[in-house]
Every structure is written in structure tokens, then in C-alpha cells.
Design a protein around this ligand. Structure first.
Ligand code: PMP
Length: 379
């Protein structure tokens, strides 16, 4: 029950275990081409350019930065935790002149402050972490993208912990890049960097004055491959992760059959019920308001005086693995529970039950079963 890698659908795992065909075999060309088409639907970006490349979510961030940044470009990083800082480091690698807007854990950078910064300086792009996995905080993607558009700044959404779990209408909202890794709500084992770029972002890349300072991530190496697979022609740059792409096709098909917005709604419902269950135990959540709380994971402070490591060990004895803290300054003060992808109510019922057991055994007092009762009532 950690916030990625998540539990995967059996059908997805069967695709991982199937024979590995050639990357130019007709069946694989079809699988890859279809996955590209499905990405456009799931991302809600009918004219976007999808990229499917072997690597983790960080590679998708790296590709966005290396293809769009030229030395000396101004970039604005809107951070709500650990992964905002990572984006700053990546942008700096390519010589960006970066400004980072940061807040206390659990908060979001307010829109007026973002606008003030956009007014004061001319930026080429801005990045924001839709859901920061270190805090469970979600930002208003639609509003940030609208501000970026107003000031003619490219917008890059780090959706590693949000794509498929949170509402993202990439094209309608004018998001230039929406990127993720396969191992979270997309529902595929770790190993694929997934990114959809707007035509505007592609044009900015095409009109660069200087070469891309990265070999593997350069869109020049990948664009013809994506086009070829989509046109069902063989091609080669770097050997694709054949089984992961096969699994991706299955997972995206399942998401598309459900309907992306229905998927998001399911995440929302489970997240809401889980948060209420934690509140029923009188535990405090990291996000400072419900509006800022993610659908994909929940970050919860340990009760005062409780040894977090001992609590998590007790939870694991119950057969449930939850994550500890990630923000360096609060690492020992909170735990995180992922609730995305194939997670069903029964998984959360077991998790809540394990949390109650863990809390009780480390000496925290509460009414037996109150979290379970609250969760069930919410559903
Ligand atoms: N951004 C966010 C919001 C993340 O949650 C993560 C991974 N937890 C990353 C970026 C980096 O992804 P990866 O670990 O797949 O490189």
C-alpha cells in the first residue's frame, strides 16, 4: 500500500510474463502504436505527441527539461515538496536560470503569488508537481496552467503521482507537458517514462537555437520512432522495453474501457473515505485542507509520542506495507498510504484494520473499529 510501485491487475502482469517478441515484430508494432493512441485518450490530449521511453519518471522530467531548456532560459518551479526540488536540480543541469517558489509542508503556493512572479519576470517555462508524493498535497493544475497560458509560459505538469488518479484535461486546460512513470496510477510495473507534449511544446523544441544537451533524451532521437510505431512501421533507436509496453497497452485499455473520468472518480471516492477514516482516529493529515489533498495517496502524522518505525512494523505484521515519511525535515513524523490503480475498497479495509492494530499495539488509544466504521459508512 505504498504510493508506487502499486499493486497491478493480473492481466497486466500476464502481459509482463508473456514471450518477449522482437521490437519490430508485427504484434509489437501494433501494441506500441495502440499504446500511443490510448495515451492521447487517457491524457485527454487529442493532438498531443506521446513519448514512451524506457526509464523511470525522473527520465520523463529530464526529457521535458533537456528538450525545452537552452542555457540561460528562465524557469519557474512551483514546489510543494520533495519533487519540486528535484525538478529544479534537473533544470539547473541544462543551464536554466531557475526560481523556485516553496511553501511549508502541507501547503500550496498560492495563485496570486505565482501570478506576481510571472508578472515580474519573463519565464520560458514553469513546472509544478500536481501531487507531491512526499506530502500528499495536490495543486490546482487547471488554474496554474491558465496562468501559464496568460503569461505565454510553457507549463509542465509532473504527474508521476497524479496521471490517471486525478482529473487532467491536458489539451482543454492548455498543459504543455504532462508526464508520469508507469508504476503509479497508470498501473504498470516500474520502467517506463511517459510524456505527452503539446504541439506548442514541440514547436519550441523544433525552433531551438542550440543542440539538446542530452543524447538519450533528445526528442530528435525519439520522434521518428513514435511516428513509425503509430503508422505501424518498424523502426529502431534504443530497444524498447517490450514487455512493459505490452503491459502498458493492457493497462491503458482497461482504463479506457472504464473511462478515464470514471477512474478518477473512483480514486476520489476511496481517498475521501480513507481520509475520513484517519480523521476518525483523530490523526492529523499533512495537507492543510481537504481541497489540497490528493486522490492517489494520503500522508498522515503519527500521533504525538508514538514510535513511527515500531508502528509501521506492527502494520507489516498484519501483512500490509505502508510507507514512512519522505520529506527530510519531517521524515520520522508521518506515514504515507497509496490508494491508486487496482486498489479496491477491500484493500483499504485491510489497511485500515492494520493501522488500527498497529496504533493499538504501540499504545495509542481510540474507540475500537472507529476508522473501519467510518470508511464503510463513507462508501
Ligand atoms: N515526481 C513525483 C511526484 C514522484 O512521486 C516521483 C516518484 N515517486 C518522481 C517524480 C520520480 O519518479 P521515479 O521514481 O519513477 O523516477
Amino acid at each position: 500500500m505504498i504510493p508506487g510501485p502499486i499493486e497491478f491487475e493480473p492481466e497486466v502482469l500476464r502481459a509482463m510474463g508473456a514471450n518477449t517478441t522482437s521490437h519490430v515484430a508485427p504484434n509489437f508494432i501494433e501494441t506500441f502504436g495502440h499504446s500511443i493512441e490510448l495515451m492521447r485518450k487517457v491524457w485527454m490530449a487529442p493532438t498531443g505527441q506521446p513519448f514512451i521511453v524506457a526509464g523511470s519518471g525522473t527520465l520523463a522530467m529530464d526529457m521535458a527539461a533537456c528538450n525545452l531548456i537552452e542555457k540561460g532560459d528562465n524557469a519557474l518551479v512551483i514546489s510543494s515538496g520533495y519533487f519540486g526540488k528535484r525538478f529544479q536540480k534537473i533544470l539547473d543541469c541544462y543551464g536554466a536560470n531557475t526560481t523556485i517558489l516553496e511553501v511549508a509542508p502541507g501547503e500550496v503556493v498560492n495563485l496570486e503569488f505565482i501570478e506576481k512572479n510571472l508578472k515580474e519576470k519573463s519565464y520560458k517555462l514553469l513546472t509544478f508537481t500536481h501531487v507531491d508524493t512526499s506530502t500528499g498535497v495536490k495543486v490546482d493544475a487547471k488554474a496554474i496552467a491558465a496562468l501559464a497560458k496568460k503569461y505565454n509560459v510553457l507549463s509542465i505538469l509532473d504527474g508521476v503521482c497524479s496521471v490517471v488518479g486525478e482529473e487532467i484535461r491536458q489539451e482543454e486546460w492548455g498543459i504543455d507537458i504532462a508526464l508520469t512513470g508507469s508504476q503509479k496510477a497508470v498501473g504498470v510495473p516500474p520502467g517506463l517514462a511517459l510524456l505527452v507534449a503539446s504541439q506548442k511544446a514541440m514547436d519550441v523544441w523544433k525552433n531551438r537555437k542550440t543542440p539538446v544537451q542530452n543524447y538519450y533524451g533528445d526528442w530528435a532521437n525519439w520522434i521518428s520512432i513514435m511516428t513509425a510505431y503509430e503508422e505501424r512501421r518498424p523502426s529502431y533507436f534504443g530497444t524498447p522495453a517490450v514487455n512493459l509496453v505490452a503491459a502498458l497497452e493492457v493497462s491503458l485499455r482497461l482504463i479506457d474501457e472504464d473511462g478515464i473520468l470514471n477512474r478518477v472518480q473512483r480514486h476520489e471516492k476511496l481517498a475521501d473515505a480513507f481520509r475520513k477514516a484517519m480523521s476518525a482516529l483523530k490523526l492529523e493529515l499533512l495537507p492543510n485542507t481537504t481541497k489540497n489533498a490528493a486522490n492517489t495517496l494520503t500522508a498522515v502524522y503519527y500521533p504525538e509520542g508514538i514510535d513511527g518505525a515500531a508502528f509501521r512494523k506492527k502494520v507489516s505484521e498484519y501483512g500490509v506495507i505502508i510507507a514512512g515519511g519522505l520529506l527530510p525535515e519531517l521524515k520520522t513524523k508521518y506515514f504515507r498510504v497509496g490508494h491508486m490503480g487496482a486498489i479496491a475498497p477491500q484493500d483499504l479495509i485491510t489497511t485500515i484494520s492494520a493501522i488500527e492494530y498497529g496504533l493499538k499495539t504501540v499504545g495509542y488509544g481510540f474507540e475500537d473499529g472507529v476508522a473501519l466504521k467510518t470508511f464503510q459508512a463513507c462508501l
